[in-house]
Design a protein around this ligand. Structure first.
Ligand code: ATP
Ligand code: MG
Length: 330
């Protein structure tokens, strides 16, 4: 039997991106699965050296690979990551927020998944200057995008053992757009009678998340609300160091830590690799390697709980030392 070889495009990018991605790859290689990693350039440094933030070769490599591992991009982020998401057609942005033992945080009970629509809403990029004093932005909500995102969330919740899905909206004010989103959610939820489903207004969700985040398991929402609520969720669990994310589409997938380039600590071996390593776990799950995904997540959790961590978490380890500590626990 020929072994499955996973073809992965690697884009380290700028700042701490390459450092945390190196740690992530070390952990993935330690699984002993067969990997073929191909590295590509993108970001500010690439723009400076090659005149383009996202060269065609990088785009082609990302499109040809089974999945993409991404680090971070600096000021050129919009040209890099937004373009990559669009070209790869990744319509789901999946953001888990899990409070890990050993991380100082507001709400140690937090364990939620935010499923954010990744292609439309106010981020459709339709803005206009009507007069020198008046500007507008058009919010686009379609049946197609709404239905596929809520189906994704419901399916995810079902796979996760029947977790509760909360559809988050503002349909009392945004009657047409959010009204339509909500109708799509309801229609989809009827197809998943086994998955608990509820609806909630975004403003009340923001307050309840700050006070009682354990009330939420899976949140599905439109692009702008999802953007804001997922950063709120990151804040609940102690910030950026532990937050991975996945961008998923029909044919492609891209995994990136939620944090950025962290220029203040770049190049010093101080970056916490956990978010990137947890991206590796999401990649493993995406590839059907559920057991390895769970083992990587547990190894990270155990390291953090034992203080085998980088200085942002109060530990003494450097980036690659923490990666090795994770590997030792696999
Ligand atoms: P960018 O514009 O690329 O987002 P930024 O200056 O906003 O850069 P972030 O990466 O968003 O920086 O990080 C915000 C803060 O959190 C910085 O002080 C950074 O040092 C810290 N930080 C972010 N990621 C990590 C990490 N993986 N390990 C340790 N500290 C981090
Ligand atoms: Mg930032």
């Amino acid at each position: 039997m020929t072994e499955n070889i996973y073809d992965i495009a690697v884009i380290g990018g700028d700042g701490i991106g390459p450092e945390v991605v190196e740690a992530e790859i070390a952990v993935l290689e330690a699984t002993g699965l067969a990997w073929n990693f191909s590295s590509y350039e993108a970001g500010d440094d690439c723009l400076a050296s090659r005149g383009q933030a996202l060269p065609q070769a990088t785009l082609d490599g990302a499109l040809a690979a089974q999945a993409v591992i991404f680090g971070a991009a600096g000021v050129s982020a919009a040209d890099v990551i937004l373009r990559l998401r669009a070209e790869l057609g990744t319509f789901v942005n999946l953001r888990p927020s899990v409070a890990y033992k050993g991380v100082n945080c507001l709400h140690p009970q937090t364990d939620m998944m935010i499923v954010r629509e990744n292609t439309e809403c106010l981020y459709a990029g339709i803005e206009a200057q009507l007069t020198p004093e008046v500007v507008t932005a058009t919010r686009v909500i379609t049946s197609q995008a709404s239905t596929r995102i809520v189906n994704y969330a419901l399916e995810w919740a079902r796979q996760a053992g029947g977790k509760k899905v909360t559809a988050v909206h503002k349909a009392n004010v945004l009657r047409k757009t959010d009204g339509h989103f909500l109708q799509c959610c309801r229609a989809a939820a009827r197809q998943f009678p086994d998955v608990p489903y509820e609806e909630a207004l975004v403003d009340s969700v923001a307050m309840r998340m700050a006070m009682r985040p354990e009330e939420f398991q899976v949140i599905v929402t439109t692009n702008l609300f999802g953007d804001i609520l997922s950063d709120l969720a990151a804040g609940l669990i102690g910030g950026l160091g532990m937050c991975p994310s996945a961008n998923l589409g029909q044919a492609h997938a891209l995994f990136e830590p939620v944090h950025g380039t962290a220029p203040d600590i770049a190049g010093q071996g101080k970056a916490n690799p956990s978010a990137a390593i947890l991206c590796g776990a999401m990649l493993l799950r995406h590839l059907g390697q559920e057991q390895w995904a769970a083992r990587v997540e547990k190894a990270v959790a155990d390291c953090v709980a034992d203080g085998q961590a980088t200085s942002d978490l109060g530990g003494k380890l450097r980036t690659m030392e923490m990666a090795r500590a994770v590997i030792d626990r696999l």
